[in-house]
Design a protein around this ligand. Structure first.
Ligand code: 5GP
Length: 338
C-alpha cells in the first residue's frame, strides 16, 4: 500500500546483520561460494516460524558471509539505502563490533566502516539521517561488554554525533543482566543512550532500574503474560519508550500471533510505542509492512498511523535540534486531506 511506503518513518530497532536483504545476500554468496550457503539459511519466509534459538543460528550464518571491511561497507550502505527507499527518514542502526582474525577485521575497523557507510550515503544525497548504536552481545560476557562500552565512548566523541548510544542484545537465555550493570552504568554516565533488550523472555527488573532510555521488545513486562504491575509502573513512571517488532516476535515465537502482540497493551495505555523491524532481512519484512500490519491487526485509522510514526520522533537518541528538523519534515510531508 503506497500510503505506508510514503508515510515518513523513524526506525529505531534494526540490527545491521539481521537487516541484510536477499539481494545483498546474493552478492555475498557470489563473493564466498566456498561457504556453500543458500538463501534458505539466511531468512525466515512467510508463514515460517523458528524458535528464538534457531533465529540466532541464522545470524551465525550471516556472520560467516559478512567478515571483511569490504562486506560491512556493502551491507551497511545497502541496508541504509533500502530503509531510505522504504520512506524511513531517521534510522538508528545497531550492530555488534566483531573481530575476525582470518580477514584482519578489528572491532575498531568494524565501527569505522559503518561510520564510513553512513557518511557515504549522506554524501550521495540519500534522504535519511542515520545514527549508530554500538551493540553488546550478552553471550560475550562482562569483560567484552566493558570493552565495547569503551569503544562506544571513543566513537561517541570522534564520530561527530553519529554514535549516539549502546544496545544490549544477543541470546537472552545467556548470562545475567546483573553482571552487565557496571558496563551499562558506565555507558550511561558518559552520556551514551541505552536501548536494552528487556523481558524478551522473562527477566529480573534489575536492568530497569538503570533506567534504560528505551526498551527493545519488552514482551513479558505486563501482568497478563507473567510480568507484573510493578514492572509496568516502572516503565510508565520513567516514560521509557518501547521498540516493538511484530513480525520478528511472531516468527521468533515469543508471541503466539499478531493479534496477541503486546503492542495493543502498551498502545492502549498511551505509552510511547515505536513500531520497528528488528531484522528486516531475516524476517522478510520492511517498516512499511510493519506499520500496515499494526494498522490492520489493531484497527488503526490512517490518522492514528500518522500520529504513531510522528510520535516516534520523540523517542530518538539524536539531540533536540534533530527532533525539530524531523518534526518539520513530517509537517511538510503530511497529506492535505486527512
Ligand atoms: P549484528 O549485531 O551482527 O549486526 O546483528 C545480529 C545480532 O543482533 C545477533 O547476533 C544478535 O546478537 C542480535 N539480535 C538480532 N535480533 C535479535 C533479537 O530478536 N533478539 C536479541 N536478543 N538479539 C537479536
Amino acid at each position: 500500500d503506497v500510503f505506508y511506503r510514503e508515510l515518513p518513518k523513524v526506525e529505531l530497532h534494526a540490527h545491521l546483520n539481521g537487516s541484510v536483504s536477499s539481494q545483498t545476500i546474493e552478492k555475498l554468496i557470489v563473493r564466498k561460494p566456498h561457504l556453500n550457503i543458500e538463501h534458505s539459511m539466511t531468512a525466515i519466509g512467510k508463514g515460517q516460524r523458528r524458535t528464538l534459538d534457531e533465529c540466532f543460528q541464522v545470524f551465525k550464518v550471516i556472520h560467516q558471509l559478512v567478515d571483511t571491511e569490504e562486506d560491512i561497507l556493502m551491507v551497511a550502505t545497502d541496508v541504509i539505502k533500502e530503509f531510505a527507499a522504504d520512506g524511513v527518514k531517521y534510522l538508528e542502526l545497531r550492530s555488534t563490533p566483531r573481530e575476525e582474525k582470518n580477514t584482519g577485521l578489528s572491532k575498531k575497523g568494524y565501527v569505522e566502516t559503518i561510520i564510513k557507510a553512513i557518511q557515504q550515503c549522506k554524501n550521495e544525497g540519500e534522504d535519511i539521517d542515520v545514527r549508530f548504536l554500538v551493540a553488546i552481545d550478552r553471550r560475550n560476557g562482562t569483560e567484552v561488554a566493558m570493552e565495547t562500552v569503551k569503544l562506544a565512548e571513543e566513537f561517541m566523541l570522534s564520530s561527530g554525533g553519529l554514535v549516539v548510544g549502546l544496545d544490549l542484545s544477543g541470546d537472552p537465555t545467556v548470562g545475567h543482566g546483573k553482571d552487565l550493570l557496571p558496563a551499562l552504568q558506565r555507558a550511561k554516565n558518559c552520556g551514551l543512550k541505552l536501548s536494552l533488550h528487556l523481558s524478551e523472555l522473562e527477566e529480573s527488573d534489575l536492568l530497569l532500574n538503570l533506567p534504560p532510555d528505551r526498551i527493545g521488545h519488552g514482551t513479558f513486562l505486563h501482568p497478563e503474560v507473567g510480568g507484573s504491575q510493578s514492572l509496568v509502573d516502572k516503565v510508565v513512571k520513567n516514560n521509557i519508550p518501547l521498540e516493538l517488532c511484530l513480525t520478528s516476535n511472531v516468527k521468533g515465537q515469543t508471541v503466539p500471533s499478531y493479534s496477541k502482540h503486546h503492542f495493543e497493551y502498551w498502545y492502549q495505555l498511551g505509552h510511547p510505542s515505536v513500531i520497528c523491524t528488528d531484522d528486516k532481512g531475516v524476517f522478510c519484512t520492511d517498516l512499511s509492512k510493519e506499520y500496515q500490519l499494526a494498522a490492520s491487526t489493531f484497527g488503526l485509522s490512517r490518522e492514528a498511523v500518522w500520529k504513531l510514526s510522528q510520535q516516534a520522533i520523540d523517542c530518538i537518541f539524536a539531540p533536540d535540534t534533530v527532533k525539530q528538523q524531523l518534526r518539520q519534515k513530517w509537517v511538510d510531508l503530511q497529506p492535505q486531506q486527512q
